[in-house]
Design a protein around this ligand. Structure first.
Ligand code: X2X
Length: 340
């Protein structure tokens, strides 16, 4: 009798376990079936650089961790926005792009706070940027993005934007006089270069790459992490490491896509964010390579020389600090000054 009861309890337990497994399997199957077959990740750049590699690592990790429920396809070279790099944020808002890893510059027309990183000579070191991202200003910026319908998942590293050109060494503002410099289609960057006496030409990145090859412009500004893989050392002999703007990346997901995901899959996204973070080689270590391996003339301005650039661009700084918001800029200044 006792043995019979035990058997019954055991078989009831087995039945219960079986039902639970069926329910769980049914649930994941329906989740997988509810998702679209392809999630789109948008990128301005190709896959031969740290952003492109980060996107590949993220897509692979998410596919693996979700057991194939979420298949992310990377659309490199601005394919989703036909080269118009400052329209990507709108695609994220609409859910046309599900994910993107991009430089904050390209989303700054829609999220004014992101102009912060282009304030001329604001960030003297990577330490300052780390403090801002980890602190209150970083949270405030993520909130501003979220309020516009896009969910930021992680910050990524891309380095400072440095100046390259084919004409001459640039050590002081006057050296920039009449130099034609390609800039991304973002007002603060064009204004900074114009204030320094250059002729900025706003161009999307795909057109810019052609312009560099054809020698249609004298110079450009980009992080070393892109200057090397895009072989800009082959067209521009001079580089000035002036750190005039810092260029963090953000991995984000459309709010519309986020709303579709199960709590479990959202959690998986959050856990995989490190895949999108660091460049394989820290940009700071790359400048010696430019000189030794790629034969560029590397100008490292002294503090006095940097101050001359800073003074000249001060009106641009003041104007844009007002646009961005005095409170946010003030709190960033105090964090950055502690890192000096
Ligand atoms: O267009 C550029 O210069 C680039 C690739 O750095 C950005 O996307 C801002």
């Amino acid at each position: 009798m006792v043995a019979c009861c035990c058997r019954q309890v055991r078989s009831l337990r087995a039945l219960w376990r079986f039902l639970l497994i069926c329910a769980f399997a049914g649930n994941s199957a329906s989740l997988a079936a509810d998702y679209k077959p392809e999630f789109k990740m948008s990128l301005v750049v190709n896959q031969e650089n740290s952003w492109g590699q980060a996107a590949k690592r993220f897509a692979d990790a998410v596919r693996y961790r979700t057991q194939g429920r979420i298949q992310i396809r990377n659309y490199f070279d601005g394919q989703l926005f036909a080269g118009q790099q400052t329209s990507e944020f709108v695609l994220l808002q609409q859910g046309v792009a599900d994910f993107a890893i991009n430089s904050t510059i390209n989303w700054s027309p829609q999220v004014k706070e992101l102009n912060l990183f282009s304030l001329p000579f604001m960030f003297p070191s990577h330490g300052g940027l780390d403090a801002v991202q980890a602190g209150e200003p970083g949270k405030q910026i993520f909130k501003a993005i979220e309020q516009k319908g896009v969910i930021p998942i992680a910050w990524g590293e891309n380095g400072f934007r440095e100046l390259t050109n084919s004409k001459r060494s640039i050590r002081r503002p006057d050296d920039l006089h009449d130099l034609t410099v390609r800039v991304p289609p973002v007002p603060i960057i064009a204004e900074t270069l114009r204030t320094l006496g250059a002729n900025p030409v706003s161009m999307n990145f795909d057109q810019a790459l052609v312009a560099f090859q054809l020698g249609k412009v004298d110079g450009q500004e980009n992080p070393i992490a892109l200057i090397i893989p895009y072989k800009l050392w082959a067209v521009h002999t001079h580089i000035t490491l002036w750190h005039y703007a810092i260029d963090p990346l953000i991995l984000a997901v459309s709010g519309k896509t986020w709303a579709m995901l199960s709590a479990e899959d959202r959690n998986i996204m959050e856990l995989q964010k490190d895949e999108a973070r660091d460049a394989p080689v820290k940009p700071a270590k790359l400048d010696q390579l430019l000189q030794d391996m790629y034969g560029m003339e590397v100008v490292r301005p002294t503090q006095i020389e940097l101050d001359a650039f800073r003074r000249r661009t001060r009106p641009v700084y003041v104007k844009w600090a007002n646009e961005i918001g005095a409170d946010l800029v003030g709190s960033v200044e105090s964090l950055v000054n502690r890192e000096r």
